[in-house]
Each structure stands twice: as structure tokens, then as C-alpha cells.
Design a protein around this ligand. Structure first.
Ligand SMILES: O=C(O)CCC(=O)C(=O)O
Length: 270
């Protein structure tokens, strides 16, 4: 993570990695989504939480369990789990030994409803919290949203209240429902291949999708190695485990403790 990215992540709760995927990776991922497109059920419209401004005429599509897709379609998805564009940036906020907590995907067609603005720094939720201490950022759940299609201004999709990961007061319901102070909410624009890395403690949601083309986002959720809100598969390895590279296997693990470097030679004598 560069110094500028650290600054922006700390202040805003997210960064955008431009061109995180190559043109070949974007094409392969879109081909995989096309292949499974008839197996992506639409979710209900409940994600709007009855907001009058986030309503759509139908719900978003859920890509399901992408890691269970067949080869060759799954290959590009597996590579994304520990992609060189992401590993050092995740280590900057989660430490070494981070875990993948889940991997899914979102589609939104024109008219799909949004998602109410959830999370935020208050109340503190230890497995999702954001903390800065002793020169270091510490995050709980940290997400990477890889865009497989462009997201232009006004298209809708992911949006957030920058800085809300450090909120001290509860967020009023009318802001969470996008019924007041809409001008404070930022819709994140991106090109296909860009990735948004954000702390789950950022208050975020989605605006209804208005563009003619389909929104396509791969969403990967990570956490520190010691934290396990959920596991990818179960505590017994998932069925595809033996096909993974060592780097991929390392993030699909049960929560585990890794002795950090505590800076004193006393620890090194043990
Ligand atoms: O990108 C979106 O539509 C919202 C994603 C979201 O709410 C989440 O990752 O928790």
C-alpha cells in the first residue's frame, strides 16, 4: 500500500486500485459470469429496507458460490483471491496470514433496487472495526470489490459515506435509508478492472442501478488470520482445496494465531 493509499484509506475508509486486473483477466472473468448467468437468482427487494429512494422494480442478482465453479471458469476467480494487486494492500490493514471469509458476486440490471446504508464505526463491532494505533492501521472485515464492468457517474451501485468508519455517533435512520443528506453519500465510479478496497466498518450500501449495461462486481471478504466470522467451506477444507496453489490454500484456512514480531529479543529465545 503506497503512502497516498494509506492516507486515503485512513481518512476515507476505502481506496480504489486502478487497473487491478489485466484486460485478459477481465475478459476471462466476464466469460465465466456469462457462462453461469442462468444460475444467478435475483434476490428479493428486501435490501432496500423499505427506503423510498433506494427502491427498484426488482432485486439484484447473486452470483452464488463462485469458488465452486468448474475449471476453466474458476481459475481467474481463484487467482483473484491472492492477486498481486491485493496481497500487500491487505497485509497493510489485516497483517500477514489474513483469511478469505467469503467470495461472491453481484449483478445489477437497469431498474434493480439499491441496498440500505449499513455498518459504520458506531457501534464498534470488534470483527469489523477500524483502529489506528502505534503507527499501524488495524481492520476487521476488509472487502475487495472487483469491477468487471464500468461504473459511470449516476449509474448507481456501490456508494458510501467516506470517513464513517470512524463515526462516534449512531447514524440517523433517514441517512441510512438515503432519505436525507444524499449529497454526503459518494457513488464510487470505476472502470472495468478497477478494485475498491474498503473496510466493512465504512457505512456503505448501493444506489439503484440506472445504466443500460449490467453491473458486475466480484466481492471478496477478508479478515485477520485470528478472526473467523465465517469460513470458506467449513473447518474441513472445501472440496476444491487440493487443486489450489499454496498461496491460495493459505487464505482458505481456519482462524489461526500467528506469532507477530513483538520487537524484543526475549520473544526470539522461545
Ligand atoms: O456493492 C454493493 O452493492 C454493496 C456491497 C455491500 O453492502 C457489502 O459488501 O457489504
Amino acid at each position: 500500500m503506497t503512502e497516498s493509499e494509506k492516507y486515503l484509506f485512513d481518512v476515507h475508509g476505502y481506496i480504489i486500485v486502478k487497473g487491478a486486473l489485466s484486460a485478459e483477466e477481465i475478459a476471462a472473468a466476464n466469460a465465466a459470469v456469462d457462462h453461469y448467468s442462468d444460475q444467478m437468482p435475483a434476490r428479493g427487494t428486501d435490501l432496500t429496507n423499505r427506503s423510498s429512494t433506494l427502491a427498484g422494480t426488482f432485486g439484484r442478482g447473486d452470483m452464488g458460490s463462485l469458488l465452486l465453479w468448474d475449471k476453466p471458469y474458476v481459475d481467474v476467480i481463484r487467482n483473484m483471491m491472492v492477486h498481486p494487486s491485493f496481497v500487500s494492500r491487505l497485509e497493510a490493514v489485516l497483517g500477514k496470514g489474513f483469511r478469505l471469509e467469503g467470495l461472491g458476486g453481484i449483478t445489477m440490471d437497469k431498474g434493480a433496487g439499491g441496498f440500505w446504508f449499513h455498518e459504520g464505526g458506531e457501534p464498534i463491532d470488534p470483527s469489523r472495526a477500524y483502529l489506528y494505533r502505534n503507527g499501524q492501521m488495524y481492520c476487521g472485515m476488509t472487502n475487495i470489490a472487483v469491477q468487471l464492468a464500468d461504473v459511470g457517474p449516476g449509474d448507481g451501485g456501490f456508494a458510501c459515506l467516506p470517513g464513517s468508519h470512524k463515526a462516534n455517533f449512531p447514524c440517523p435512520d433517514d441517512i441510512r435509508l438515503y432519505e436525507a443528506h444524499q449529497d454526503r453519500i459518494v457513488q464510487i465510479t470505476a472502470e472495468a478492472g478497477d478494485a475498491l478496497i474498503f473496510t466493512e466498518s465504512l457505512m456503505h450500501g448501493a444506489l439503484p442501478w440506472t445504466a443500460d449495461h449490467q453491473r458486475r462486481t466480484i466481492l471478496m471478504r477478508y479478515n485477520a488470520g485470528t478472526i473467523g466470522e465465517s469460513v470458506t467451506g467449513t473447518y474441513t477444507p472445501p472440496p476444491y482445496f487440493d487443486e489450489l496453489t499454496n498461496e491460495q490454500k493459505a487464505v482458505i484456512s481456519a482462524p489461526h494465531y500467528r506469532q507477530p514480531d513483538k520487537g524484543s529479543n526475549l520473544y526470539r529465545t522461545q
